[in-house]
Write a protein that binds this ligand. Structure first.
Ligand code: NAD
Length: 259
């Protein structure tokens, strides 16, 4: 990991930020990306640089915009010479019955949660091919494998991400590049905090009932997946030990999709 470079999309918060920190702690130069207050993001970036003695850059690329994505990858190439590791993590959620689902939310979720991964991958693969080494890690979801009501766009995007993962794995299988999907169950991040309120409204139940009866009802462990567990899995997939794992959907969901 030392001296390698990684782009982690959607890494100003939650899973992406934890993965960015974890990779940086092992000596990886990183680009963090996502939205938020610029002063807070700059503090995060500077703290990572000071603590881990790596270069941590910030790209404000909007994952809905292919031109922004292209610029972000060019910046990484300019600053680091290449992109060794790509983590497609940016994602949003909207919860509503399909007949009330706003079309603009559908478009945004497909663009951010799925199409952005196509745009980042197509831009980094030539660099990885040249180095004969690369790691592409797509943060999918248990919802890449199974569905839940009221999440038409999210479930469609995550299932699509799994299809994309398999295609890229096949296309790069002999080039030292791997492409895998991590499929987490519920991790308590800002994205899930938002859903708790939305689900309560959609189902007309309390927020506590959403946590116990909707979210954790799906997870036999009855516990949220920990951020550190997702980071460790991503870190392993980025290592040389995982060279033969490609095109896989790896569940980390407390048994959810075993049912
Ligand atoms: P989060 O809301 O904490 O983080 C999302 C990140 O994406 C933020 O940095 C945000 O700024 C960024 N982002 C949103 N829209 C963007 C855009 N247009 N352009 C660039 N960045 C954008 O969410 P999280 O829970 O950490 O989710 C991260 C990923 O993990 C998502 O893809 C999500 O679907 C997936 N996931 C989360 C869970 C969970 O339970 N938290 C479970 C399975 C999968």
């Amino acid at each position: 990991m030392k001296g390698k470079s990684a782009i982690i999309t959607g890494s100003t918060s939650g899973i992406g930020l934890s993965i960015a920190r974890h990779f940086a702690s092992a000596g990886c130069n990183i680009i963090i990306n996502g939205f938020g207050e610029i002063s807070k993001i700059d503090t995060i970036r500077k703290n990572i640089e000071t603590e881990y003695k790596v270069t941590a850059l910030y790209s404000n690329a909007n994952m809905m915009n292919p031109d922004d994505i292209s610029l972000m990858v060019s910046e990484a190439k300019e600053q680091f010479g290449t992109v060794d590791i790509l983590v497609n993590n940016a994602g949003i959620q909207h919860v509503a019955p399909v007949d009330e689902f706003p079309p603009e939310k559908w478009d945004a979720i497909i663009a951010i949660n799925l199409s952005s991964a196509f745009h980042t991958i197509r831009a980094v693969v030539p660099m990885m091919r040249e180095k004969k080494w690369g790691r592409i890690i797509n943060i999918a979801s248990a919802h890449a494998l199974v569905a839940s009501p009221y999440k038409s766009a999210y479930v469609a995007a995550k299932h699509g991400m799994l299809g994309l993962t398999k295609v890229i794995a096949l296309e790069t299988a002999q080039q030292g590049i791997t492409c895998n999907a991590i499929c987490p169950g519920y991790v308590r991040t800002p994205l899930v905090e938002g859903q708790i309120g939305d689900q309560a409204k959609a189902r007309n139940i309390t927020e506590e009932e959403v946590v116990q009866d909707v979210l954790l009802a799906a997870q036999p462990t009855k516990k949220f997946v920990q951020l550190s567990e997702v980071c460790s899995l991503a870190f392993f997939l980025a290592s040389d030990s995982a060279a033969s794992i490609t095109g896989a959907a790896i569940s980390i969901d407390g048994g959810w999709t075993a049912q």
